[in-house]
Design a protein around this ligand. Structure first.
Ligand SMILES: Cc1cc2nc3c(=O)[nH]c(=O)nc-3n(C[C@H](O)[C@H](O)[C@H](O)COP(=O)(O)OP(=O)(O)OC[C@H]3O[C@@H](n4cnc5c(N)ncnc54)[C@H](O)[C@@H]3O)c2cc1C
Length: 231
Protein backbone atom coordinates (compact mmCIF):
# COMPACT_ATOMS: atom_id res chain seq x y z
CA UNK A 1 0.00 0.00 0.00
CA UNK A 2 2.72 2.47 0.98
CA UNK A 3 4.51 1.72 -2.27
CA UNK A 4 1.47 2.02 -4.47
CA UNK A 5 0.28 5.45 -3.28
CA UNK A 6 3.75 6.75 -3.95
CA UNK A 7 3.50 10.43 -3.12
CA UNK A 8 2.07 9.91 0.37
CA UNK A 9 4.65 9.39 3.11
CA UNK A 10 4.39 5.99 4.80
CA UNK A 11 3.77 7.64 8.19
CA UNK A 12 0.40 8.83 6.89
CA UNK A 13 -0.54 5.42 5.48
CA UNK A 14 -1.60 3.34 8.48
CA UNK A 15 -1.65 -0.43 8.13
CA UNK A 16 -0.84 -1.50 11.68
CA UNK A 17 -3.91 -3.48 12.89
CA UNK A 18 -3.86 -1.73 16.28
CA UNK A 19 -3.90 1.68 14.57
CA UNK A 20 -6.73 0.71 12.22
CA UNK A 21 -9.17 -0.08 15.03
CA UNK A 22 -10.20 3.51 15.72
CA UNK A 23 -11.07 4.02 12.04
CA UNK A 24 -13.32 0.99 11.70
CA UNK A 25 -16.62 2.64 12.55
CA UNK A 26 -18.36 5.86 13.48
CA UNK A 27 -20.68 6.42 16.45
CA UNK A 28 -23.25 3.96 15.05
CA UNK A 29 -22.07 0.93 16.97
CA UNK A 30 -25.10 -1.05 15.75
CA UNK A 31 -24.17 -0.71 12.06
CA UNK A 32 -22.03 -3.41 10.39
CA UNK A 33 -18.35 -2.61 9.81
CA UNK A 34 -15.23 -4.38 8.63
CA UNK A 35 -11.47 -4.07 8.74
CA UNK A 36 -9.84 -1.68 6.28
CA UNK A 37 -6.73 -2.54 4.34
CA UNK A 38 -5.27 0.84 5.29
CA UNK A 39 -6.07 4.34 6.49
CA UNK A 40 -4.64 7.22 4.47
CA UNK A 41 -4.40 10.63 6.12
CA UNK A 42 -4.33 12.91 3.10
CA UNK A 43 -3.06 16.47 3.33
CA UNK A 44 -3.75 17.82 -0.16
CA UNK A 45 -6.25 17.52 -3.00
CA UNK A 46 -3.52 15.90 -5.13
CA UNK A 47 -3.08 13.20 -2.51
CA UNK A 48 -6.84 12.62 -2.38
CA UNK A 49 -6.91 12.33 -6.15
CA UNK A 50 -4.08 9.81 -6.07
CA UNK A 51 -5.88 7.67 -3.48
CA UNK A 52 -9.11 7.73 -5.51
CA UNK A 53 -7.24 6.73 -8.67
CA UNK A 54 -5.42 3.97 -6.79
CA UNK A 55 -8.74 2.60 -5.53
CA UNK A 56 -10.25 2.86 -9.01
CA UNK A 57 -7.35 1.01 -10.62
CA UNK A 58 -7.27 -1.76 -8.03
CA UNK A 59 -11.06 -1.94 -7.45
CA UNK A 60 -10.68 -1.12 -3.74
CA UNK A 61 -13.68 0.28 -1.82
CA UNK A 62 -13.00 3.81 -0.56
CA UNK A 63 -14.56 5.23 2.62
CA UNK A 64 -14.13 8.98 3.29
CA UNK A 65 -14.01 9.87 6.97
CA UNK A 66 -14.22 13.16 8.85
CA UNK A 67 -14.34 12.90 12.63
CA UNK A 68 -16.40 9.70 12.71
CA UNK A 69 -19.23 11.23 14.74
CA UNK A 70 -21.85 10.03 12.26
CA UNK A 71 -24.81 8.12 13.68
CA UNK A 72 -25.65 6.04 10.62
CA UNK A 73 -22.50 4.02 9.86
CA UNK A 74 -21.72 6.13 6.79
CA UNK A 75 -18.01 6.27 7.65
CA UNK A 76 -17.85 2.59 8.61
CA UNK A 77 -15.07 0.64 6.91
CA UNK A 78 -15.79 -2.45 4.88
CA UNK A 79 -13.33 -5.34 4.72
CA UNK A 80 -10.43 -4.60 2.39
CA UNK A 81 -11.30 -0.92 1.99
CA UNK A 82 -9.15 2.18 2.23
CA UNK A 83 -10.39 4.72 4.76
CA UNK A 84 -9.51 8.22 3.57
CA UNK A 85 -9.22 10.39 6.67
CA UNK A 86 -9.47 14.18 6.51
CA UNK A 87 -8.11 14.85 9.99
CA UNK A 88 -4.91 16.34 8.49
CA UNK A 89 -6.78 18.57 6.00
CA UNK A 90 -7.92 20.93 8.75
CA UNK A 91 -6.91 24.37 7.52
CA UNK A 92 -9.17 27.40 7.22
CA UNK A 93 -7.85 28.62 3.89
CA UNK A 94 -9.45 32.04 3.78
CA UNK A 95 -12.07 34.19 5.48
CA UNK A 96 -13.37 37.09 3.40
CA UNK A 97 -15.25 39.61 5.58
CA UNK A 98 -16.21 41.74 2.59
CA UNK A 99 -17.85 38.86 0.71
CA UNK A 100 -18.91 37.18 3.97
CA UNK A 101 -17.56 33.79 3.03
CA UNK A 102 -14.99 31.26 4.23
CA UNK A 103 -12.97 28.69 2.31
CA UNK A 104 -11.98 25.63 4.33
CA UNK A 105 -10.44 22.23 3.98
CA UNK A 106 -12.89 19.41 4.80
CA UNK A 107 -11.25 18.39 8.08
CA UNK A 108 -11.85 21.75 9.81
CA UNK A 109 -13.88 21.16 12.96
CA UNK A 110 -17.19 23.04 13.00
CA UNK A 111 -16.50 24.90 16.26
CA UNK A 112 -13.02 25.91 15.03
CA UNK A 113 -14.57 27.51 11.95
CA UNK A 114 -17.14 29.29 14.08
CA UNK A 115 -14.39 30.62 16.36
CA UNK A 116 -12.31 31.80 13.39
CA UNK A 117 -15.34 33.57 11.91
CA UNK A 118 -16.12 35.26 15.22
CA UNK A 119 -12.73 37.01 15.09
CA UNK A 120 -14.04 38.80 11.98
CA UNK A 121 -17.45 39.61 13.45
CA UNK A 122 -19.00 36.81 11.38
CA UNK A 123 -21.00 33.68 12.11
CA UNK A 124 -21.36 30.25 10.53
CA UNK A 125 -24.84 29.15 11.69
CA UNK A 126 -25.09 25.35 11.05
CA UNK A 127 -24.67 23.92 14.53
CA UNK A 128 -25.00 20.14 14.85
CA UNK A 129 -24.74 19.13 18.50
CA UNK A 130 -21.49 17.41 17.47
CA UNK A 131 -19.93 20.78 16.52
CA UNK A 132 -17.00 20.46 19.00
CA UNK A 133 -15.80 17.39 17.06
CA UNK A 134 -17.49 16.99 13.68
CA UNK A 135 -15.84 18.34 10.53
CA UNK A 136 -17.22 20.68 7.90
CA UNK A 137 -16.60 17.94 5.28
CA UNK A 138 -18.68 15.51 7.32
CA UNK A 139 -21.31 18.20 7.93
CA UNK A 140 -21.55 18.84 4.18
CA UNK A 141 -21.63 15.13 3.33
CA UNK A 142 -24.52 14.62 5.78
CA UNK A 143 -26.19 18.03 5.34
CA UNK A 144 -26.02 18.45 9.10
CA UNK A 145 -28.22 20.83 11.04
CA UNK A 146 -28.76 21.66 14.68
CA UNK A 147 -30.83 23.88 16.93
CA UNK A 148 -30.36 26.92 14.71
CA UNK A 149 -31.66 25.20 11.58
CA UNK A 150 -35.31 26.08 12.14
CA UNK A 151 -34.55 29.77 11.91
CA UNK A 152 -31.29 29.87 9.94
CA UNK A 153 -31.26 26.73 7.78
CA UNK A 154 -29.06 23.65 7.50
CA UNK A 155 -25.60 23.11 6.00
CA UNK A 156 -26.94 23.06 2.40
CA UNK A 157 -28.16 26.65 2.83
CA UNK A 158 -24.58 27.80 3.51
CA UNK A 159 -22.56 25.91 0.89
CA UNK A 160 -21.66 28.22 -1.97
CA UNK A 161 -19.08 26.04 -3.67
CA UNK A 162 -17.12 22.84 -3.43
CA UNK A 163 -14.01 21.25 -4.78
CA UNK A 164 -14.30 17.48 -5.01
CA UNK A 165 -12.61 14.47 -6.52
CA UNK A 166 -15.12 12.42 -8.49
CA UNK A 167 -15.18 8.65 -8.96
CA UNK A 168 -12.88 8.90 -11.99
CA UNK A 169 -10.21 10.64 -9.94
CA UNK A 170 -10.88 14.02 -11.54
CA UNK A 171 -10.82 17.25 -9.52
CA UNK A 172 -14.02 19.23 -10.10
CA UNK A 173 -15.02 22.72 -8.92
CA UNK A 174 -18.72 23.22 -8.34
CA UNK A 175 -20.78 26.23 -7.33
CA UNK A 176 -19.44 29.71 -6.85
CA UNK A 177 -17.69 32.21 -4.60
CA UNK A 178 -20.24 34.97 -4.92
CA UNK A 179 -23.36 35.70 -2.92
CA UNK A 180 -25.53 35.70 -6.00
CA UNK A 181 -25.42 32.59 -8.17
CA UNK A 182 -28.35 31.87 -10.44
CA UNK A 183 -26.91 30.20 -13.54
CA UNK A 184 -26.85 26.49 -14.27
CA UNK A 185 -27.53 23.40 -12.24
CA UNK A 186 -26.90 23.40 -8.49
CA UNK A 187 -24.25 20.67 -8.60
CA UNK A 188 -22.69 21.74 -5.31
CA UNK A 189 -26.13 21.32 -3.73
CA UNK A 190 -26.30 17.83 -5.22
CA UNK A 191 -23.09 16.82 -3.42
CA UNK A 192 -24.40 18.13 -0.09
CA UNK A 193 -25.93 15.20 1.78
CA UNK A 194 -24.52 12.60 -0.62
CA UNK A 195 -22.36 10.97 2.11
CA UNK A 196 -19.38 10.46 -0.19
CA UNK A 197 -21.34 8.56 -2.84
CA UNK A 198 -20.85 11.18 -5.58
CA UNK A 199 -17.32 12.29 -4.80
CA UNK A 200 -14.83 13.13 -2.10
CA UNK A 201 -15.02 16.75 -0.92
CA UNK A 202 -11.62 18.45 -0.73
CA UNK A 203 -12.51 22.12 -0.23
CA UNK A 204 -15.65 23.98 0.80
CA UNK A 205 -16.75 27.60 0.39
CA UNK A 206 -19.43 28.61 2.87
CA UNK A 207 -21.60 31.68 3.23
CA UNK A 208 -21.39 33.58 6.53
CA UNK A 209 -23.70 35.93 8.40
CA UNK A 210 -22.88 38.88 10.62
CA UNK A 211 -22.28 37.81 14.21
CA UNK A 212 -25.33 38.00 16.43
CA UNK A 213 -25.52 40.07 19.60
CA UNK A 214 -24.64 38.30 22.83
CA UNK A 215 -27.20 35.58 23.57
CA UNK A 216 -29.12 35.15 26.80
CA UNK A 217 -30.87 32.00 27.92
CA UNK A 218 -34.31 32.29 29.46
CA UNK A 219 -36.01 29.38 31.23
CA UNK A 220 -39.81 29.29 31.22
CA UNK A 221 -42.10 26.93 33.11
CA UNK A 222 -45.48 25.92 31.67
CA UNK A 223 -48.33 23.76 32.86
CA UNK A 224 -48.51 21.83 29.58
CA UNK A 225 -46.76 21.38 26.23
CA UNK A 226 -49.67 23.16 24.53
CA UNK A 227 -49.26 26.16 26.80
CA UNK A 228 -45.53 26.22 26.08
CA UNK A 229 -46.20 26.04 22.34
CA UNK A 230 -48.70 28.89 22.50
CA UNK A 231 -46.16 31.00 24.36
C1 LIG B 1 -23.11 13.72 20.19
C2 LIG B 1 -23.55 13.82 18.74
C3 LIG B 1 -24.44 14.80 18.38
C4 LIG B 1 -24.87 14.92 17.05
N1 LIG B 1 -25.73 15.92 16.72
C5 LIG B 1 -26.11 16.09 15.43
C6 LIG B 1 -27.01 17.17 15.09
O1 LIG B 1 -27.44 17.95 15.93
N2 LIG B 1 -27.33 17.29 13.78
C7 LIG B 1 -26.85 16.45 12.81
O2 LIG B 1 -27.18 16.65 11.63
N3 LIG B 1 -26.01 15.42 13.11
C8 LIG B 1 -25.63 15.23 14.40
N4 LIG B 1 -24.79 14.19 14.73
C9 LIG B 1 -24.30 13.30 13.68
C10 LIG B 1 -22.89 13.72 13.11
O3 LIG B 1 -22.17 14.47 14.03
C11 LIG B 1 -23.06 14.51 11.84
O4 LIG B 1 -23.59 13.68 10.84
C12 LIG B 1 -21.75 15.12 11.34
O5 LIG B 1 -22.06 15.95 10.21
C13 LIG B 1 -20.71 14.08 10.92
O6 LIG B 1 -19.46 14.75 10.73
P1 LIG B 1 -18.09 13.94 10.82
O7 LIG B 1 -16.98 14.85 10.49
O8 LIG B 1 -17.99 13.22 12.11
O9 LIG B 1 -18.30 12.90 9.63
P2 LIG B 1 -18.13 11.31 9.62
O10 LIG B 1 -18.99 10.68 10.64
O11 LIG B 1 -16.68 10.96 9.61
O12 LIG B 1 -18.73 10.98 8.16
C14 LIG B 1 -20.11 11.17 7.91
C15 LIG B 1 -20.39 10.84 6.44
O13 LIG B 1 -19.76 11.80 5.61
C16 LIG B 1 -18.84 11.18 4.72
N5 LIG B 1 -17.70 12.12 4.60
C17 LIG B 1 -16.95 12.64 5.60
N6 LIG B 1 -16.04 13.49 5.11
C18 LIG B 1 -16.22 13.51 3.75
C19 LIG B 1 -15.59 14.19 2.67
N7 LIG B 1 -14.59 15.06 2.87
N8 LIG B 1 -16.04 13.94 1.41
C20 LIG B 1 -17.07 13.09 1.18
N9 LIG B 1 -17.70 12.42 2.16
C21 LIG B 1 -17.29 12.63 3.43
C22 LIG B 1 -18.51 9.84 5.35
O14 LIG B 1 -18.11 8.88 4.39
C23 LIG B 1 -19.85 9.48 6.00
O15 LIG B 1 -20.73 8.95 5.03
C24 LIG B 1 -24.38 14.02 16.06
C25 LIG B 1 -23.47 13.02 16.45
C26 LIG B 1 -23.06 12.91 17.77
C27 LIG B 1 -22.09 11.82 18.13
Amino acid sequence: MANTVDSIPARRVLTDPAGLVRYQHDEAEWAPYGTPLAVVRAQTTDEVREVVRHCLTHRIPLVPRGAGTGLSGGANAVDGSIVLSFEDMNRTVHIDPAERLAVVQPGVVNDDLRAACAEHGLWYPPDPASSPWSTIGGNVATNAGGMCCVKYGVTRDYVLGLEAVNGLGEVVSLGRRTTKGVAGYDLAGLIVGSEGTLGVITEITVRLRPARPQERTVAGYFASVVAAGEA
